[in-house]
Design a protein. Structure first.
Length: 128
């Protein structure tokens, strides 16, 4: 009986150790993701993946891009209907605007490697 209990105990320990070896570590923790037809914001801690959002835009629209870099690597890519229109590798804090050159669907992507910070893409509306 003792041998049987010992074998069960060893089996349970081996099962737990094996499970720990194959568990995927938690490497992404997003505090906030906001997406709509004219706005995309991702505020993150330890981003190790890609976040993306698509917006339908018209020629002449203006997109304000704001980034706050606290640590890690953050890359940004904006792709239009025909081509990439902005690519920022390992960005720092920044704020600028992009004027849209053609009608279509645009993809806004944020990539991270141990990234901590936030990136916002906002359609700027003319108040006049």
């Amino acid at each position: 009986m003792r041998k049987f209990l010992f074998l069960i105990g060893v089996g349970m320990i081996l099962s737990m150790l094996t499970g720990c070896l194959f568990m995927k570590p938690v490497t992404e923790y997003c505090i906030s993701r906001v997406k709509n037809e004219s706005f995309f914001n991702v505020d993150f801690e330890m981003l190790n993946s890609k976040e993306e959002h698509k917006m339908t835009l018209e020629k002449g629209d203006v997109i304000k891009i704001t980034a706050e870099h606290k640590s890690g690597r953050i890359d940004v890519l904006v792709t239009g209907p025909s081509d990439d229109i902005y690519k920022g590798d390992d960005i720092d804090d920044m704020e600028f605007t992009l004027t849209i050159e053609e009608d279509g669907v645009y993809t806004f992507e944020v990539f991270g490697k141990d990234g901590i910070g936030s990136v916002t893409f906002e359609l700027v509306r003319d108040e006049s």
